[in-house]
Design a binder for this molecule. Sequence first.
Ligand SMILES: Cc1cc2nc3c(=O)[nH]c(=O)nc-3n(C[C@H](O)[C@H](O)[C@H](O)COP(=O)(O)OP(=O)(O)OC[C@H]3O[C@@H](n4cnc5c(N)ncnc54)[C@H](O)[C@@H]3O)c2cc1C
Length: 551
Amino acid sequence: QTCGTVASGTTYDYIVIGSGAGGIPVADKLSEAGFSVLLIEKGPPSSGRWNGTMKPSWLQGTNLTRFDVPGLFNQIWRDPTGVACEDTGVMGGCVLGGGIAVNSALWWKPHPEDWNHNFPSGWKNSDMVNATSNVFTRIPGTYTPSTDGQLYLQQGFDRVTKGLDAAGFQYVVANDNPDKKNNTYAHSTFFIAHAERHGPLRTYLETASARPKFALWTNTIAKRVIRTGGHITGVEVECNKGGKAGTVSVTAGTGRVILSAGTFGSAKILLRSGIGPTDLLNVVKGSSIDGATMIKSDSWINLPVGQNLNDHVGTDMQISHPDIVFYDFYGAYDSPIKSDTEKYLKSRTGILTQVAPNLGPIMWTMVTPSDGITRHIQWQARIEGRTSTAMTITQYLGMGTTSRGKMDITPQLNTRVVTAPYLRDAADKEAAIMGFNYIRTVLAKVDKLTWITPTSGQDTTAFVNSIPTNTASRNSNHWVGTCKIGTDDGRTGGTAVVDLDTKVYGTDNLFVVDASIFPGITTGNPSAAIIIAAEHAAERILALKAPAKIS
Ligand SMILES: Cc1cc2nc3c(=O)[nH]c(=O)nc-3n(C[C@H](O)[C@H](O)[C@H](O)COP(=O)(O)OP(=O)(O)OC[C@H]3O[C@@H](n4cnc5c(N)ncnc54)[C@H](O)[C@@H]3O)c2cc1C
């Protein structure tokens, strides 16, 4: 594809970099306030609604792509080319919509502690009421994605939840009861509407795009911000198979740049812009790609970018039950069952309206290990495993964990997890073992259930300890934390990269709005919390006075 050049003098009030869970909502809110907004996305269009083209043959002739049909959402694991980010060591969506175009669409209203425990003042649960209500009004979510209201192939859900009932777990409609996460279970709730992927691509991006002063550039990589001291004047962009190259400016004096490129992407742009720990900035400086043109070291801003990395700690178990029925969702891509594709295409009903690989039940508990800090645990079941009657249940140890890892950057300017955040603290390990032990006793109440891993006699502690604490074995794809929000300014020994308005310390018009600002991980899959944070950040950014004009 041919690349375009940014026309000279192109200027926007706000430039938002990255069109994921953070970027689309914040861009829409800023544009709604009347400002000219440019949203820059490095990847190609995804959903058919936005002119995406990646699809199996049975979707040819429709306005749908693999990103739209829930039964095809796991295709990213089989065929990530051109979809997954290529410049990080872990899975991420680098297409229009970012993670919220490629993910499993699990959709949870955050537990109050996700804000109260993790976030600083101004970002507590009581501060998030408006933003939460706005998000869930626009994106209500559903646990019955098929338009006939039926759930298909529920044998796994039904058999397992009989055991949960016997163990005293309570069934909840999760998003009506976000604070009920202790010995409860629910159907999986998804941001799906009319049996298609919904979420920011079908709400915030549509309202933004209808406004004349909003622009979207796909296939365009933001290389770095251009700055004089702490004042950003524009963004340098590179073409990525069909996008634009050159420099785009923010409105002189009053314009602002928002980084929403994700936990690894926003950190990388900061590093390429001379903002971060000196050792990582020296790697950029030494690189053949950026070295010669990087901002001079006397203008570097020393902040702990890349620290505080976190993710849910995943620990998998596999069980089997004779009644479980496996459905080959991968097969649905190239060699689907005709009656299932027909049902989907004609009436948006049937198994392909459900997210692959048939998720649920979702279960929660809380554990308090010997450091006295309560951790939230979510167990997520899916019909997939070593046999056709197997179910894999992933234990996510999340809210309350104290272990943190670290990201860095290579001379090729790829980001990577250099210290994995999993179970580094003894109390996190204790919590993971407590949770795992507990769910084994609960599942023992399921009639005819057999254990694949761990085997029924295997010791829990030995089993949990035997799983390596690296990204290959524990990754949950819920990365947060590399540009932490807080009042303890990272330039002077604190841990925060952005202040309470999400403004990068040491700058007057550069902001970060995405998962990277989260001080800790949420209870459940985080995309709803990130979108709520983006709504809240937009309110705070709009309330700020414009920076003084540079002399
Ligand atoms: C496979 C998978 C499954 C998941 N399942 C779920 C789930 O079911 N439910 C849930 O809640 N969460 C899920 N998540 C997590 C969730 O999607 C992410 O936490 C969320 O999308 C992160 O939002 P973000 O705005 O921080 O970044 P992202 O959504 O990753 O968005 C960042 C965007 O910035 C773009 N970008 C990066 N660098 C640049 C640059 N230099 N220039 C221009 N653009 C750039 C990227 O292409 C991307 O589009 C899943 C994630 C993955 C990868």
